[in-house]
Design a protein around this ligand. Structure first.
Ligand SMILES: Nc1ncnc2c1ncn2[C@@H]1O[C@H](COP(=O)(O)OP(=O)(O)OP(=O)(O)O)[C@@H](O)[C@H]1O
Ligand SMILES: [Mg+2]
Length: 298
């Protein structure tokens, strides 16, 4: 027999148990998640990096960048096949070819996002892997279509971690033809940009990215579709600037619009990972079928 009093006490106690049991089962779920996360994290920590940092600091100026029978495979897909070429300081090179031909893959090798599957890449006759990544990257400016703009002043966005030298910033802005729009802003180079540069147009972002690259005074300047958002006039102006600056570096431009790279010292024509021909526009126009085909479709 249970009294009315103890019956209510029992029911109240039963209800009070509900919450702790619910919490206990939540706790169990959380513990399971944590265990899984821990396993994945340990897996990640145990992965060996595929790119091994070199031991030597690259201090001297890059005079030449040479590829000897270089191939690059992504899994089983050959993106670049048996590529041999020597890039030399003072020249402007253009990489052309249809989409998927291997142009960006070649660039990926220069900055060591990937190491070649076969063959040898050298800087001034020393293997690329001989140098530390930091010292290599310090000498290379790489401008892509994916431009990182962060929430800081234009000056800081251009110096990009380096000390801000206002005179040099202005020079870089002049060279990249960004000065035209920056000088119209109320705060000039001290104008604060939004994260992702949402308050800039595509062309303005590309000019800021180019200014950032030039501020670095690189030995190798790589432009992968870097001027695609510019109108024809701006593109022409930037071409002239690159022409003026090229004496001090190796310039490599990837472009879909052939008209923007016709003046290159050498155009490298790629198809399905193979270098088909290389030379000046006038030569290729006469003798390179793949180039003629690209001219036809562009
Ligand atoms: N990270 C990757 N993983 C796997 N395959 C890739 C990777 N990057 C590129 N590829 C493949 O390698 C080939 C060459 O690509 P790559 O990006 O070098 O071409 P691209 O000439 O730069 O083309 P686009 O003009 O479109 O930029 C393509 O078939 C592409 O699908
Ligand atoms: Mg590409």
């Amino acid at each position: 027999h249970m009294s009315v009093g103890s019956f209510f006490a029992f029911s109240a106690a039963l209800f009070m148990l509900y919450d702790p049991i619910r919490r206990l089962s939540n706790l169990y779920n959380k513990a399971q998640d944590a265990i899984m996360a821990n396993i994945r994290m340990l897996e990640l920590l145990a992965t060996k990096p595929m790119i091994i940092d070199g031991e030597h600091k690259l201090q001297e100026t890059i005079e030449s960048l040479a590829f000897e029978n270089v191939s690059l495979d992504y899994d089983n897909h050959r993106a670049l096949a048996n590529f041999s070429f020597q890039f030399k300081k003072g020249n402007l090179y253009a990489l052309v070819g249809e989409s998927g031909a291997g142009k960006s893959s070649l660039v990926n090798l220069i900055v060591r996002f990937y190491d070649p599957t076969q063959g040898k890449i050298t800087i001034n006759d020393k293997q690329l892997a001989h140098y530390t990544l930091a010292s290599l990257h310090a000498k290379i400016a790489y401008v892509t279509q994916h431009i990182l703009i962060f929430n800081d002043t234009i000056a800081a966005n251009i110096a990009y971690g380096k000390p801000i030298d206002e005179a040099k910033i202005k020079q870089a802005l002049i060279k990249s033809h960004a000065i035209e729009f920056v000088s119209k802003l109320p705060d000039g180079i001290n104008t604060v940009l939004t994260q992702g540069g949402t308050n800039l147009s595509g062309g303005q972002k590309q000019r800021i990215a180019l200014a950032r690259a030039l501020y670095k005074e690189p030995d190798i300047l790589i432009l992968d579709e870097a001027t695609s958002a510019l109108d024809n006039t701006s593109q022409k102006l930037i071409q002239n600037v690159l022409e003026e600056l090229k004496a001090d570096m190796i310039t490599i431009a990837v472009a879909h619009r052939l008209s923007s790279v016709i003046h290159a010292d050498s155009l490298l024509v790629f198809a399905s990972g193979h270098l088909m021909c290389h030379g000046k526009h006038q030569q290729l126009e006469q003798s390179c079928p793949e180039y003629q085909r690209l001219l036809g479709v562009s």
